[in-house]
Write a protein that binds this ligand. Structure first.
Ligand code: ATP
Ligand code: MG
Length: 395
């Protein structure tokens, strides 16, 4: 009886030594945790490949879907394992690949022998398996370039593996291997994409959401929590810190010059986010800003906003066009939620003629009319924290 397994191929081949071990250990822990709700799996790593062996009838399809979203996995091969014996390997290829081969006109075999004790060399293994497939499926033709189906045979430590399917994984580095950062998560399109891009580089995410009840509705908050749940499918649970922001906005509106509302508000956001980030041990902030997209994202406005931050601010979408951001949002599955029509706290607060070239001294003058420290302190004290899990149902 041959068993189906998933072979998860890890990326970042440039990683060496201790870093690689850390990367693999982390990925193992993440894959085990993410698969646990589906059933029992034996998960282990050998030579930059993670093996996922379903036990007691645990599902392979669903495990594949979960693993596709885990950062650090570059490709996933759904394979059949068999004994390291040429006749057994041939038989496994003929039987396991039956559905695929019956509908294939051209194919080629590729073999890889990492167990050098196996008596046949890679090209010989490929030839033997190719011969068995040709004999079993007479319509087949071998084609070296542009074959419809590529059959892979890997002779590894424990077993041999045969597969035809190889799907892309999420790529990047396992969550947490590069520390933790605080995402400023609105209900819009850009910030979930920015969070995804940085989580892909191995950052564990937490998020702050500025909530201006009753100017923004409970639905707007739920929508943001749902976006965090969607991100969590890739990077694990995301703690969302919901910040009461109504008072800050009210104070700005009552006391400050209208054309500077947005930039003043954004400076408060950054200050508050930075405090929450420090409390939570985050080493950076992440925003979804894109240069020139709106008045508050001109170079001058970003400069004035950035002036209140000591932590690095990561802006992975800064050089991207809206279409590029939207394409990612669609691919990662956040777009449909982001475009739900609930107002966010910026849209109800937008000045008629925002200043696109704010000057720091003028902004400081306006801010001097407010008790900045007290407003920040109150907002931080009022934070409500919600843990958003993959597969959650916030909407
Ligand atoms: P997004 O689509 O991410 O909302 P945007 O194009 O609407 O971005 P802005 O509203 O200017 O741009 O916001 C710029 C960035 O500031 C956002 O990408 C996000 O990181 C942060 N931000 C804006 N509003 C909020 C909010 N209510 N809560 C948390 N962060 C926010
Ligand atoms: Mg927005």
């Amino acid at each position: 009886m041959n068993n189906e397994v998933l072979l998860l191929k890890c990326g970042e081949l440039v990683l060496k030594g201790l870093n690689r071990a850390r990367f693999e250990d982390r990925l193992l822990a993440i894959v085990r945790r993410r698969l646990a709700p589906l059933g029992e799996y034996n998960v282990y790593a050998i030579q930059s490949t993670l093996y996922v062996e379903p036990l007691n009838g645990a599902p392979v399809d669903q495990a594949l879907e979960v693993c596709r979203k885990i950062f650090g996995v570059v490709a996933i091969c759904r394979a059949c394992s068999c004994e390291k014996d040429m006749a057994k390997i041939q038989q496994a290829a003929v039987e396991y690949l039956k559905d695929t081969m019956a509908h294939t006109a051209t194919f080629r075999c590729q073999a890889k022998r990492s167990d050098k004790r196996f008596p046949l060399k890679s090209p010989e293994i490929a030839r033997e398996v190719g011969g068995a497939l040709l004999a079993a499926y007479p319509q087949l033709k071998v084609q070296m370039d542009g074959a419809q189906t590529e059959v892979h045979i890997e002779v590894r430590d424990k077993s041999a593996y045969v597969y035809a399917d190889r799907v892309h994984g999420a790529g990047g580095m396992p969550t947490g291997t590069n520390g933790r950062a605080m995402l400023l998560l609105s209900g819009g399109i850009d910030s979930p994409v920015a969070g995804h891009m940085m989580a892909k580089r191995g950052l564990e995410l937490e998020a702050v959401h500025f909530f201006s009840y009753p100017y923004t509705s409970q639905e707007a908050k739920q929508k943001t929590l749902h976006l965090a749940e969607l991100l969590a499918e890739y990077c694990g649970p995301v703690r969302v810190h919901v910040v009461p922001f109504t008072k800050v906005q009210g104070q700005i509106r009552r006391n400050c010059q209208e054309d500077l509302f947005t930039v003043l508000m954004r400076r408060f956001m950054m200050r508050i986010a930075e405090q929450v980030a420090r409390q939570r041990g985050c080493g950076a902030l992440i925003t979804g800003e894109s240069l020139g997209q709106v008045a508050s994202q001109t170079m001058e406005a970003i400069g004035v906003t950035n002036a209140v931050c000591q932590l690095p601010v990561l802006r992975p979408a800064i050089g991207m066009d809206k279409e590029e951001i939207v394409a990612i949002a669609r691919r990662i599955g956040t777009f449909e939620t982001s475009i739900l029509p609930y107002e966010d706290c910026c849209t109800v607060f937008t000045p008629r003629h925002p200043q696109t070239k704010p000057k720091l001294d003028k902004v400081l003058e306006e801010e001097a009319k407010l008790d900045v420290a007290a407003l920040v302190e109150q907002a931080v004290a009022g934070v409500e924290t919600i843990l958003c899990q993959p597969g959650g149902q916030a909407l």
